[in-house]
Design a protein. Structure first.
Length: 901
RNA sequence: GCCGGCGUGGCGGAAUGGCAGACGCAACGGACUUAAAAUCCGUAGGAGCGAAAGCUCCGUGGGGGUUCGACUCCCCCCGCCGGCACCA
């Protein structure tokens, strides 16, 4: 292809326009108060997820979302909006540091090189970014504010009474460090010996490091944590009014993992004294079915309660668990393991003695690290009970028999035998009524194993005071009962954990924190930014000491104080970059009140500040959740006008290789944008990215497809230009300042209508298809009405801005209608009256099958349409001898005769 | 295992419950050309009948249902992709 003659001179005019746009600062967006700012226009903030500038350069996946947002940015400018459309670099990160370890090259140097390359690549695509707002997370002027925001978090606490972050000095307790939103804790972390660093949970995949695939082990370490869990409820509730895909909201919701239940105290029966063990359950209604208890192996009371006889077995078990990798432990498919501690607990609702086990299926980090086991109504407990022959006590019956139970005699029989309880036992009798002291029926081992356990909701049975109550009522009643006796209380739990915020790395933001006499202390804002020290060796220390420990002078803050050695994770910089874009050069604030208020809005109409945020699903949970959390804290502290960062979110789909496989170097199916642009031009590249299919869908790349849209653009070019024998491009003779034909007008206005509507729904592929229809129509015409071409070029301009501006300029040489540029024109509006056809073709159906067609006047009435259908000879032949049951007439569409066969 | 998403020609994909396959790719036929490429015009879901105009049947992963009418709505099943993975 590259050797082939070009169908239109894109390699001449695309760079030409890119230079012109850059020189005239066409896409610079003034802020409120700046010269050229028009306060009367509405604002539109359209944002891309900024890239990590890797050494690989751009691949065709990046520009997919970028092209979509660029089209929308350009479209909104043409519709009279002030558009904020910036780009920057998420430039801290592990790859640059690993490269530095290998080559000794400073990460700042490689990062700068990669950024330069990425920028050139983006510029070649003709994106309309306001480059005067470019930010780089590694820039000290940016780091200053990342550190400043960290200090806001550090100097804040979550006040449960106001349900918001407040300054730490409003805290009345005597140990403020215990409630700060940034705190230090000894945490079991993912220590990766090969990388010499800890990793966040999300950086560990299948027990190995996401980067490099090295083994990861658990090890306790002193870490900075951010108290994101305090905001769990608001992070959950805040999702509701956001215009995000429901699937993404669900992912976040599940990640936060809210559950309602109760804490319940069980007393341990011990020769010495009674120690209460607190458990968490979401099903307090099944308390009467608790036949044993399980503690996590790491539970602090394990050593205390274990009997001398069981000591050895318990210790061996704990040893085995400790030596297991996190991966093996987390693997839910492995068989349940555990040992008996020898101790027993008393079930508070029925005074029943139940054994206490330890098992690794109970996790330390959730709830209280201890559970009551109800094998009849919990899959895990059921599996465990079967394996260790523990009793199973049914306490909930399904309300309605299932379909299978209704139809299968066998199932009914089996169900009745479940727990050996018949329907008569619903009435008090064999079961403990509340407080009567009658012992519960716990079946001895061995017993016939129930066929399965029932985890749904139903009616309580065998449950004393709860018997006969539906699950929801039973939960309420037993919780009240427990609360009255101080045996338990209602509680809400979340799966969400606090955010492990420190990394033992070089290439990240240093903490603005020093240590003095064993206490941490914040630096003053005036001391920011804390810059990274120079190092000539970036290798991990090999111990848990971060690389910054090597910079002895830097570490020494004063004779009594040393600097924090950890750095922040990569998420830190990307948590707030969308804010800095509003006011990137502000040296006294991270964002001014005025710019924040303008670009983010007042938070009243919509909670989110950014109007549209486009990026990959891989950030569905962490980046978006962390950003929301930071935003919330800064908002609470009064620095931001909106409670949420991103109002509308769209995920672009992954672009696969030609072979339908994920693009990767090893498969050799990676497409380089530079080559595509060299061969077909930036406009064709942009157009193909959008024409492939729906933005959100995964789809394979096809060079043939690129050629298709390239040919389309060449057809547009030839609507206006032709090549002379000596290779010059000239305006064609057929251009004429004449009114378009009615058909042309109809197609043109249908195109205005469809392109406009499709841009609103981000259906770029169908918008382009409609423009193709329009071009096909105009190509067929002998005379080319310039009014039609004018509109077409305006519509095309957001998609293919170079060719639109070039043809506009060419036409402007001859026709006065082409003033200025295509991209500065006002977006056209369609005229609905031009779309209406006087004659419409309607379909004649029999029982829904097409049996004929008929052309009628557009406003023909039902009766006339039906009569016309009956009068149609060919069609009515099909009706011969049939009994007509019903006639459906949809005016302008069809007539359907329902007949009896 | 649980939760989401998706299954439409040879391919990418279109279709407020109303003519399935818009638009593009690949293919085929024609025009232009010494020839090819490019371009332009045209054909085209599959099977069958017909000399032809045309006609019939089958078709949106599979099976049922609702409806005059289902790619579209409901139920069950299968396959692929993504997320979570013992969260009590």
């Amino acid at each position: 292809m590259s050797s082939q003659r070009k169908q239109y001179p894109f390699s001449y005019f695309e760079p030409k326009w890119q230079h012109r746009w850059a020189e005239s600062q066409t896409y610079r967006t003034p802020n409120p108060g700046d010269d050229g700012f028009d306060a009367s226009k509405p604002k539109y903030y359209v944002l891309d997820m900024f890239p990590y500038p890797s050494g690989e350069g751009l691949h065709v996946g990046h520009p997919e979302g970028y092209t979509a947002t660029d089209i929308l940015a350009r479209w909104h400018r043409m519709r009279g909006y002030n558009v904020l459309h910036p780009m920057g670099w998420d430039a801290f990160g592990l790859p640059a540091e690993q490269y530095a370890v290998k080559t000794g090259q400073h990460p700042a140097a490689t990062t700068a090189r990669n950024v330069a390359r990425f920028k050139i690549q983006l510029e070649r695509i003709g994106f309309s970014y306001d480059w005067s707002r470019e930010v780089n997370t590694t820039d000290p002027d940016y780091v200053r504010w990342t550190q400043w925001i960290f200090l806001q978090i550090y100097n804040a606490w979550f006040n449960p009474e106001t349900n918001r972050a407040e300054l730490i000095n409003t805290y009345q307790g005597n140990d403020p460090d215990s409630v700060r939103l940034a705190y230090v804790a000894e945490m079991p972390v993912n220590w990766c010996p090969a990388l010499g660093t800890v990793l966040a949970n999300e950086e560990v995949v299948d027990g190995k490091s996401e980067v490099g695939g090295f083994p990861v082990e658990r090890r306790p370490m002193r870490q900075w944590m951010l108290r994101i869990t305090a905001f769990a409820e608001r992070l959950l509730a805040g999702l509701v009014p956001l215009d995000w895909p429901e699937s993404i909201k669900l992912l976040q919701k599940n990640w936060i993992g809210r559950s309602e239940g109760a804490f319940v105290k069980f007393a341990v029966e011990n020769s010495e004294h009674r120690i209460p063990i607190e458990i968490y359950t979401t099903r307090p209604d099944t308390l009467f079915g608790a036949t044993y208890m399980v503690l996590a192996p790491e539970h602090p009371l394990v050593a205390t309660i274990t009997t001398p006889e069981q000591k050895e077995a318990v210790e061996n078990y704990i040893q085995t668990i400790a030596s297991k990798s996190e991966r093996d432990r987390q693997d839910a498919s492995h068989e349940k393991t555990g040992v008996f501690t020898g101790a027993s607990a008393i079930n508070p609702v029925n005074e029943e003695r139940i054994p206490i086990w330890i098992a690794d299926y109970v996790l330390t980090g959730y709830g209280t690290g201890a559970i009551m086991a109800v094998p009849a109504h919990d899959d895990r407990d059921y599996e465990f009970a079967k394996k260790f022959h523990l009793p199973i006590q049914e306490v909930v019956r399904p309300i309605a028999p299932t379909f299978q139970e209704q139809t299968s005699e066998k199932q009914v029989a089996e169900n009745t035998s479940l727990g050996g309880i018949t329907s008569e036992e619903f009435a008090p009798g064999g079961i403990i009524p509340g407080g009567t002291g009658v012992p519960p029926v716990i079946h001895p081992i061995p017993q016939p194993s129930p066929p399965s356990c029932f985890t749904g909701e139903g009616i309580a049975i065998n449950s004393g005071l709860l018997t006969g109550l539906p699950t929801a009522d039973a939960k309420r009643k037993i919780t009240t009962w427990l609360e009255e006796r101080s045996l338990g209380r209602a509680a809400v739990q979340y799966k969400l954990r606090d955010w492990l915020f420190s990394r033992q790395r070089y290439w990240g933001e240093p903490f603005p924190i020093i240590w003095e006499n064993g206490h941490h202390r914040a630096l003053n804002a005036s001391e920011l930014p804390v810059r990274l020290p120079e190092l000539d060796d970036f290798k991990p220390t090999g111990t848990a000491e971060p690389p910054l420990a090597k910079a002895k002078d830097w570490v020494h803050y004063s004779d009594t104080a040393t600097r924090e050695l950890n750095t922040m994770p990569q998420w830190a910089g990307s948590c707030w970059y969308y804010l800095r874009f509003c006011d990137p050069q502000n040296s006294s604030q991270f964002i001014s009140k005025e710019t924040a208020h303008y670009w983010l809005g007042d938070g009243k109409r919509t909670p989110g500040g950014v109007d549209l945020y486009v990026g990959g699903t891989e950030h569905a949970v962490l980046h978006l959740l962390y950003s929301r959390f930071w935003h919330m804290v800064i908002y609470d502290l009064g620095h931001l006008p909106t409670p949420e960062p991103f109002q509308r979110l769209v995920n672009q789909g992954i672009i696969l290789g030609n072979d339908g496989q994920k693009m990767s170097k090893s498969r050799g199916n990676v497409v380089n944008p530079d080559e595509v642009i060299h061969d077909y031009g930036a406009d064709a590249f942009r157009l193909y990215e959008m024409f492939m299919g729906p933005l959100e869908q995964m789809k394979p790349w096809s060079m043939k497809g690129v050629e298709g849209v390239y040919r389309f653009l060449a057809r547009v070019w030839r609507l206006v230009m032709h090549e002379t024998p000596d290779g010059e491009w000239q305006l064609i003779e057929a251009l004429a300042d004449i009114p378009p034909t009615p058909t042309q007008l109809r197609v043109l206005h249908a195109t205005i209508k469809k392109v406009t509507a499709d841009l609103g729904t981000l259906s770029f592929n169908t918008a382009i298809a409609q423009m193709m229809v329009c071009v096909n129509e105009l190509t067929a015409a002998e005379k080319r009405p310039i009014a039609a071409l004018r509109t077409l070029l305006i519509l095309l301009s957001p998609f293919a801005p170079h060719i639109a501006d070039e043809l506009w300029e060419q036409l402007g040489k001859k026709f006065a209608e082409f003033e200025g540029h295509a991209h500065t024109q006002t977006w056209p509006q369609h005229d609905e009256s031009l779309l209406i056809e006087n004659e419409v073709e309607i379909v004649l159906q029999i029982n829904g099958k097409v049996r004929g067609k008929l052309t009628v006047s557009k406003n023909a009435e039902r009766a006339r349409i039906e009569a016309a259908a009956r009068a149609d000879e060919k069609f009515s032949a099909h009706l011969q001898g049939k009994e007509i049951l019903k006639v459906i007439v949809v005016p302008g569409k069809l007539v359907n005769f329902a007949v009896k066969n």
